[in-house]
Design a protein around this ligand. Sequence first.
Ligand SMILES: C[S@@+](CC[C@H](N)C(=O)[O-])C[C@H]1O[C@@H](n2cnc3c(N)ncnc32)[C@H](O)[C@@H]1O
Length: 196
Amino acid sequence: MSFLMEKGSPWLQRVVLFARNFFKHPKMLGSLIPSSRFLVNRLLRQVDWRSARVIVEYGPGVGVFTTEILRRMRPDAVLITFETNGDFVDYLRRTVRDERLQLIHGSAGEINTVLAQLGLTHADYIISGIPYSVMPNEVRSTILTESHAALSAQGRFLVYQFSRAALPYLRQVFSTVEVGLEPLNIPPASLFFCRP
Ligand SMILES: C[S@@+](CC[C@H](N)C(=O)[O-])C[C@H]1O[C@@H](n2cnc3c(N)ncnc32)[C@H](O)[C@@H]1O
C-alpha cells in the first residue's frame, strides 16, 4: 500500500489513501472510493461560477471536488475547505497548491469563526459531503444551523449523501430542499439542494 502511495499515479495515490482511510473510518467515508466524476459534475452544475466569490467545502477527502471547484471558479474567488481527517489534510497540503484555497484542519461547525477570521461576511455556496446521518445529534444540529447562518440570502447549500436519512434534518433548517439522485456513483448518491 505505501509503495503505491509513493510511486503510483496521482489518481492511484488518491484511491489508495481514500481506501486506507475507509478501513479506519468506514462510517465517516461511506465508500471505499472517492466520489465519481458524474457526481462531481452533477453537483457543481448547480453553481453559478460567474457570481460565486466565497465557496466552502465540507469534507474534501482526497480532493475530487476541491480540484474541480478550483478549476471552475473565478480567479478572485476563495475556496475554504473543512476536513477533520489529518491524513487528508496533509495530502491536500502537499498536492493542491492554489492561492485561492484555504485548507482548514477542523470541523464544518467552525464555519462562521473561520469566515470572520478571514474577513468574510458570508458564503455564496457550501458544498457538503460529510455524513449527517452518522454524527451525534448535537454536532449535526450545530453544523446545519451554522451553515444556514453563514449563507448569503441567495446562497445555496449543496449536499450529497449515501442515504436520504439527512432529509428531515435539512428540512428543519432550510426553507426549500430540492431532492435528486446520482446513480452513477458507488454507492449511488442522494442530492439535496437547499436554500436558506
Ligand atoms: C463521504 S467522505 C467525502 C470525501 C470526498 N469529498 C469525496 O467526495 O470523495 C466525507 C468526508 O468528510 C469528512 N468529515 C466528516 N465529518 C466532518 C466534519 N464535521 N467536518 C469536516 N469534515 C468532516 C471525512 O473525514 C471525509 O473526508
